[in-house]
Write a protein that binds this ligand. Structure first.
Ligand code: TYM
Length: 331
């Protein structure tokens, strides 16, 4: 059975983008794979996180993942900092990866913005830690949204260079599993920007904890243009906001864009947005409700994560010890 690894940063409440790009796929892949899903708190602190809020968000994310259908009995759900193998392997990878490779990472450039000298060193070596997350388990398949593709290519470069430098075939090749549709859900305020849990504007996203009223209000206010919807996908070409909303509805209805436009083409946004909000509420409502129930018992969530960490540790520890032996560290 192939091993799956994926992660999400507890740097905010997960969004509909996280759901369509990743979480929905994580749930489906539990059939037929051995899965590890990780709340990457080490990654989260590469940008400032208030400590109390980080604890709270880590629990909220655990609740949301369980509510969305992650089975923490059969599979493994844990937080990254609880398994020391991640940080140890990341250090080795810091010494394998080349600065030139990191300089090409578009996400670093986006997140660092203009003032590159002022961001944390952790943000710069972020992709090396990601490679360690996956390779500490010899995982081979990684379900992610489109924005993580480049990081996974880098992880393969690191694995290959490690194997080559030390003359071993120790780390496997990783395959990115990116959904065919909705791999990049865009902001509700700006169709050229990714929907993000860390965007300062709450109006830019649907949180997986939003209730029906909040969802309806955000969709009603979502930016659009003045034209009715086209009846063919080609008509969405220069209309990023319209394309985003149609893509979301199509993905949530398991329909193609073509079929979605066959139904809604010619409609104005007033009518279309009602159908869209209804569809989002049908998916997000039950997840938010169940997550709220789980959040009432933080001790239970902590116990689930602790048990997950112990099981994750049992897999990663021998693999990372072997990497340390290969490098030449004394046992
Ligand atoms: P993060 O926390 O930004 O996002 C978690 C997952 O959600 C996907 N995603 C999206 N998909 C579609 N549309 C969007 N607007 C959108 N926003 C986010 C992301 O692609 C991701 O799959 N670096 C990772 C976390 C990570 C990781 C790993 C992932 C750490 N180690 C190892 C895979 C393997 C991140 O910041 O995800």
């Amino acid at each position: 059975m192939q091993r799956i690894f994926s992660g999400i940063q507890p740097s905010g409440v997960p969004t509909l983008g996280n759901y369509l790009g990743a979480i929905r796929n994580w749930v489906a892949l539990q059939q037929g794979h051995e899965c590890l899903y990780c709340l990457v708190d080490l990654h989260a602190i590469t940008t400032w996180q208030d400590p109390a809020q980080l604890r709270e968000q880590t629990r909220t994310q655990a609740a949301i993942l369980l509510a969305a259908g992650i089975d923490a009995e059969t599979h493994i759900l844990f937080n990254q900092s609880a398994v020391s193998a991640h940080a140890r392997l990341a250090w080795i990878f810091n010494c394998v990866a080349r600065i030139g490779w990191l300089n090409r990472m578009t996400q670093f450039k986006d997140k660092a913005g203009k003032d590159r000298e002022a961001v944390s060193a952790g943000l710069y070596v972020y992709p090396n830690l990601m490679a360690a997350d996956i390779l500490a388990y010899h995982a081979t398949r990684v379900p992610v949204g489109d924005d993580q593709r480049q990081h996974l290519e880098l992880a393969n470069d690191i694995a290959q260079k490690f194997n080559h430098d030390y003359g071993v075939t120790f780390f496997p090749v990783i395959e990115a599993l990116v959904p065919p549709d909705a791999a990049r859900v865009m902001s509700l305020r700006d169709g050229t920007k990714k929907m993000s849990k860390s965007d300062p504007s709450d109006q830019s996203r649907i949180n997986l904890t939003d209730d029906a009223d909040a969802i309806a209000q955000k969709i009603r206010r979502a930016r659009t243009d003045a034209e009715p919807l086209p009846s063919e996908p080609a008509g969405l070409a220069e209309r990023p906001e319209a394309r985003n909303l149609v893509t979301i509805l199509a993905a949530l209805s398991d329909m193609t864009i073509e079929d979605t436009l066959a139904v809604h083409g010619g409609q104005g946004f007033g009518t279309f947005k009602e159908a869209l909000a209804e569809r989002i509420v049908a998916t997000v409502g039950p997840i938010a409700g169940e997550a709220r129930r789980l959040m009432d018992d933080p001790a239970h969530l902590d116990a689930v994560l602790r048990r997950g960490a112990a099981r994750a540790n049992a897999i990663a520890e021998p693999i990372v010890r072997e990497a340390e032996r290969i490098v030449g560290f004394l046992p």
